[in-house]
Design a protein around this ligand. Structure first.
Ligand SMILES: Cc1cc2nc3c(=O)[nH]c(=O)nc-3n(C[C@H](O)[C@H](O)[C@H](O)COP(=O)(O)OP(=O)(O)OC[C@H]3O[C@@H](n4cnc5c(N)ncnc54)[C@H](O)[C@@H]3O)c2cc1C
Length: 422
């Protein structure tokens, strides 16, 4: 079949890879001049399958209230005159109900663990390199109550397949010696030995290159403006091409199957054709620090639940990323939030790297209120979704792409997940 994947982020590129592996004639369309240039550009770098719990949980509403109005708060709601933002926020609160949290956790864990296996298999068959480290992820705690709660949660999560192990402070330092600098405050940690880290953008670029070698075509600088339907199927995609002289201007792309992997833009293209998807951008920040000759940067990927930050070593760089802001589609950098990333990094790891030259970035997580992504069919027989991966897009990309290829081929996916049908 001829299949067009709209969106060349980590999700779209992995979907294209698995679809091409099935022998389809695949084209990827993106408004950017290359792969992975929006939210997949500078994320936290974690393949955090065993940590794949949804943000919406019974403790979050109180935490949000506590942080309300603080410009450097790890989670921030900036109210706007946008009904989509308010509707998303209300639905998010509903997803915080205990019963919803349990079912969302099972969905996220199933897909994330499957995805981690798919990534390992992909690495084994292609030899793809992306500064990957398979040293696990360690969530460290300075607060005794927070650690006790996390240890209890770890026990509960083991029933869903998450290999989370509680560790003492000394064990944490043995796993990541860079934590010695804050040993006196450390009360313990939760270690997920099977989790991984790496550079999501390098992965996306490399996989796009491998996909091109497998016959996937790319249309860069091409913006999807609207989808045309006849009520049963999609009949064309109206696009605008800016940079490619061969295709410059407006055109309609017609194909057999359309896949939407447009990240935060997905609802803007789907709502007009009556496919309502509850996705809203949740802005996050990262700083990338050159390690240089400094010796204090961690190598094991770390999570700092107190500040909602993650640290990943990407070769000779240290990436610190996190914080969440519900503030619309703007990507402008807020200097208070950038400064908070750096301050926390060097408070924990004083010799982490070149403090002055840090590179800052902000990206929009395509978040559903439940954290469960939208993968599968729609009411149109030739339109499929692979979007809404929120804070776990790279963690879930391979599993989503692989399962989507199964669904399109009429095979039963190997993962127990609530695929879309609407
Ligand atoms: C600070 C931060 C830290 C994060 N850390 C992690 C982490 O450690 N681990 C993890 O798993 N996930 C993490 N994430 C989440 C992860 O980065 C995202 O879930 C993932 O990048 C989403 O990928 P995507 O392909 O769906 O979206 P994107 O990468 O945004 O791709 C969508 C693509 O669609 C294109 N597009 C949009 N509209 C149009 C249009 N109209 N026409 C044509 N093209 C269009 C865009 O150009 C873009 O290339 C983090 C996110 C942030 C912000």
């Amino acid at each position: 079949m001829r299949i067009v994947v709209f969106g060349a982020g980590v999700v779209g590129i992995t979907a294209a890879w698995y679809l091409a592996s099935d022998g389809h004639e695949v084209t990827v369309v993106d408004r950017q001049p290359g792969p992975g240039l929006e939210t997949s550009l500078a994320n936290g770098g974690q393949i955090s399958a065993a940590h794949a719990a949804p943000w919406a949980n019974p403790r979050i509403p109180l935490t949000l209230l506590k942080w309300l109005g603080r410009a450097d708060a790890p989670l921030l709601f900036r109210p706007r005159m946008d009904w989509r933002q308010w509707r998303w926020a209300m639905q998010f609160l509903i997803e915080c109900l205990p019963s919803r949290t349990v079912s969302n956790t099972i969905q996220c864990m199933n897909l994330a663990l499957y995805s981690r296996d798919c990534l390992k298999a992909l690495r084994a068959t292609t030899g793809i390199e992306y500064d990957q480290l398979t040293r696990g992820i360690l969530e460290f705690h300075f607060d005794a109550k927070g650690f006790a709660d996390a240890a209890k949660a770890a026990e509960r999560m083991s029933q869903y397949g998450g290999d989370r192990e509680a560790k003492t402070a000394d064990e944490c330092v043995a796993i990541e010696p860079a934590l010695e600098t804050c040993r006196d405050r450390l009360v313990g940690g939760i270690f997920t030995a099977g989790d991984e880290s790496g550079d999501a953008h390098r992965f996306t670029r490399e996989l796009a290159r491998l996909a091109a070698a497998r016959g996937v075509a790319f249309r860069w600088g091409t913006t999807l403006e609207s989808l045309v339907t006849d009520g049963i199927a999609v009949r064309g995609a109206r696009c605008w091409t800016a940079i490619d002289p061969e295709h410059r201007g407006r055109e309609s792309i017609d194909t057999d199957v359309y896949v939407i992997a447009l990240g935060s833009s997905s609802p803007l293209l789907l709502a007009p054709i009556g496919v309502p998807v509850r996705i809203y951008p949740v802005k996050g920040y990262s700083a990338t620090i050159a390690v240089g000759s400094h010796r204090g940067a961690p190598r094991v990927s770390l999570s700092d639940p107190e500040r909602k930050l993650v640290f990943s070593r990407l070769g000779d760089r240290l990436r610190v990323a996190g914080t969440a802001e519900l503030s619309g589609y703007g990507r402008a950098l807020d200097h208070v939030r950038c400064a908070a990333l750096i301050a926390r990094t060097f408070e924990l790891f004083p010799d982490a790297g070149e403090r002055e030259g840090a590179q800052f970035w902000a990206g929009l997580r395509p978040a559903t209120p439940s954290n469960v992504p939208l993968v599968g069919a729609t009411r149109y027989r030739n339109l499929f979704l692979d979007t809404g991966h929120g804070s776990l897009g790279w963690t879930m990309a391979c599993g989503s792409g692989r399962a989507l290829a199964d669904l399109i081929a009429g095979r039963k996916p190997e993962v127990d997940f609530a695929f879309t049908r609407a």
